[in-house]
Design a binder for this molecule. Sequence first.
Ligand code: GLU
Length: 462
Amino acid sequence: MQENIITRFAPSPTGYLHIGGLRTALYNYLYARKNKGKFLLRIEDTDLKRNSKEATKAIIEAFKWCKLDYDGEIVYQSERFDIYKQYIQKLLDEGKAYYCYMSKEELEELRLKQEKAKERPRYDGRYRDFKGTPPKGIEPVVRIKAPLSGEIVFNDGIKGEVKFKVEDILDDFIIARSDGTPTYNFTVVIDDALMGVNNVIRGDDHLSNTPKQIILYEALNFKIPKFFHVAMIHGEDGKKLSKRHGATDVMEYKSMGMLPQALLNFLVRLGWGHKDDEIFSIEELKELFDPYHISKSASSYSFKKLEWLNTHYIKTLSYDELNFELKSLDFDFDDINKGNFLLNLLRERAKNLFDIINGAKSIIELPKDYDKVAVQKFITEKNLEFLAKFCEELKDQNSAKDFEEFTNEFLQKYELKLKDLAQPLRIALTGNAVSPSIFEVLEFLGVNECKKRIKAFLEKRK
Ligand code: GLU
């Protein structure tokens, strides 16, 4: 029987949530949800100098925005120093770890010697079997007794068999600093084991930590989880993704008017696929996602693709879902029916939520001023006259279609073309020349409001 899948996301709160981090979180989330397992969130905040509460808040906020729910309480490493201490003591008691009293000067001396001999800098094990009296005035570090030769081998769910030669990468590395605080690899292992994490999906920038962690799992008699190391996201130029390529902060995408549904769909495809499909709802992903099918090679970021997905989701989400996302940008329609009428109108051409918000505002709100370029381009003495006439003759209609018929009759009567009227009318009603179908706008505003706006515009042109 398959074990209950328990995954986690374990960010170090140093700033904002990076989109690469969100992709890692998403993969862990999906794998757990697909298997009705658990997805845990652990904040790796032991580095009190580099970590901040604000950064933790930013991560949680990004999770909320993306609707990634985690199971149980968030685990904070900064609250678990006692637990780490216990396990360090256990390893010391069992002779699997030891105190090392090397001074800074001695370490430096060793490093220089190894550099000269063109050897890999590594601890030489001088306190590994030390039985004498400790030198005075030195607060010791604690080192793990790592194997001295051989190989560390594991079967990565993405990369296949991964082998490390002990001689090439390992030494008796430090698990507790001289002030007693545990080191990074140690806390990760303790927490993953105690939290029951049995599947670790993370960026392959962590691959070189894995052999060290395996040594610790073995020393502690903990079961080693299944590892999946995901290749990094690159920019289109093949270089590691950075701000040069586009925003890396998840919440910046929110401020660009991107939908979380689009961002998650975009991120899941950076490294994973199913047939040739591009569009995946979260519900579908919870069925289909499989970390064993994550690609071995790096994937490449494309803003165009994200925008394309955003356009798709703007067109296809339900009104409720769209309204929910608009609210999170502090935009709310007073009248839900009128709001949905506008959504229907505006979403056809919107690339992001601000296209909807700005479009809606320009229709709902009385124009404060009129787009100068549009006025210059489309307003002439002649069409101001037509506009005035149109205003005079305009009668209430039932629908956009009726407004269209009315307008066509008007145009015929005066032998005009639509272009003589449509743009000036748009400008008068909304302040600019880019509103959606003018007949829909007429229907939305109603005859009285339209007349009021046209009159106000004409008044200003006098
Ligand atoms: N805290 C690490 C990071 O933010 C992740 C640790 C892990 O996934 O094992 O990069």
